[in-house]
Ligand binder design. Structure first.
Ligand code: MG
Length: 365
């Protein structure tokens, strides 16, 4: 099997209601990606996820720099291809962000092709661990632009629909308001539901130390992105001082970034994102690294679960996945969730094939 064409695309899917966290306003989910076609008629689809800003930079890297190197390559040489794209041609100008996200889209397309050619869903190609169900926790209700009443109602609704875990956003100008919101949600959902909180890097270290201590009163399951993701020492300090476990990863772009956080015992939950590190190939390395430190991997989901369901289904140290349903109408086989748990797909591939009508509707380039 040889790759014969590389077709980049950009899709912007509107959200039902625009949302805020402490660092971003999001009205559309950006899906820059690529279709790789082969001489035996199969095609693979890969993509990354954005706030619908900067997508032209990501597909430009694919079209002009990574893509031409793929022609004539066998997708089953995925690690060789990964190494080639990693070291050349853009390493000199960017080792994180735009370049790894472009690389991720290609790597996901390659694994989609391998799984299709193997006539197996990706999770089975990866060694399949939990074929029955994949537990999710729900992020799609805790937004920062919700009033406290809306927030509480959303979290109650999520629990009534079967989820055993909800995440809410923090980072109000006054952290005391964050605490009031946490208290109200905890009162409403009871003490048995997992409650995660996510600062999206809004706090400095002093704020995180001061207000992070008070989370212990509310049985918070983890504190996510309390401070800048590159501050390994700050995370290590918080991990030592706070009773609440620390989670981060959605802005960590490579294996070494995760290694440093893990080796310093700075995080308790590893939130690698397959669309932000350089694809499935690098996610496998990071998930195995976490296993060597006996740490759980609970991925961040810029792919909106389609690819990550396969990763979590394949790894014993991946107990749970995030749930955000923003791209369900984009895919031929959208992730299937029953009572808060994903039923792993049985169709060959990585569940990345998109519906032609949805692509026609939302494609911008
Ligand atoms: Mg987050």
């Amino acid at each position: 099997m040889k790759i014969t064409s590389v077709e980049p695309f950009v899709i912007h899917v509107p959200l039902r209601v625009p949302i805020n966290d402490s660092s971003s306003h999001v009205s559309h989910w950006g899906v820059p990606g690529v279709i790789l076609r082969t001489d035996d008629g199969l095609f693979g689809t890969g993509y990354t996820g954005t706030h619908a800003v900067g997508d032209e930079l990501i597909v430009g890297a694919i079209r002009d720099h990574y893509g031409p190197r793929l022609i004539g390559k066998d997708p089953f040489n995925v690690r060789q291809i990964w190494q080639d794209l990693h070291l050349e041609p853009l390493h000199w100008i960017g080792r994180t962000g735009i370049t790894t996200m472009a690389h991720a889209a290609i790597d996901i397309a390659l694994w989609d092709l391998m799984a299709k050619a193997s006539e197996r869903p990706l999770w089975q190609l990866l060694g399949g661990h939990k074929p029955e169900r994949i537990v999710t926790y729900n992020t799609d209700g805790g937004w920062l632009n919700w009033t406290q009443d809306q927030l509480v109602e959303d979290c109650q609704r999520i629990v009534e629909r079967g989820w055993r875990g909800v995440k809410i956003k923090l980072g109000k100008p006054d952290p005391a308001e964050d605490l009031r919101r946490i208290a109200a949600v905890r009162r409403a959902i009871g003490d048995e539901i997992m409650l995660m909180v996510d600062v999206n890097q809004k706090w400095d270290l002093h704020t995180a130390r001061t207000w992070g201590r008070r989370l212990a009163d509310y049985n918070v399951y983890w504190l996510e992105e309390p401070i800048h993701p590159d501050d390994v020492e700050g995370h290590a300090l918080l991990a030592r001082e706070l009773a609440t476990p620390i989670a981060t990863g959605e802005h960590i772009y490579n294996t070494f970034g995760f290694r440093d956080l893990i080796a310093r015992q700075a995080i308790a939950f590893v939130q690698v994102d397959v669309t932000r590190v350089a694809g499935i190939t690098e996610t496998l390395t990071i998930t195995n690294l976490a296993a060597a430190y006996n740490l759980p991997v609970v991925p961040h989901i810029s792919d909106m679960m389609q690819v990550h369901q396969h990763i979590v289904a394949a790894f014993p140290n991946a107990p749970m996945l995030e749930y955000i349903p923003w791209l369900l109408d984009l895919f031929e086989e959208p992730v299937r969730v029953v009572d808060g748990a994903i039923v792993p797909p049985t169709t060959p591939g990585a569940s990345t094939t998109m519906r032609a009508d949805s692509v026609a509707r939302w494609r911008v380039a």
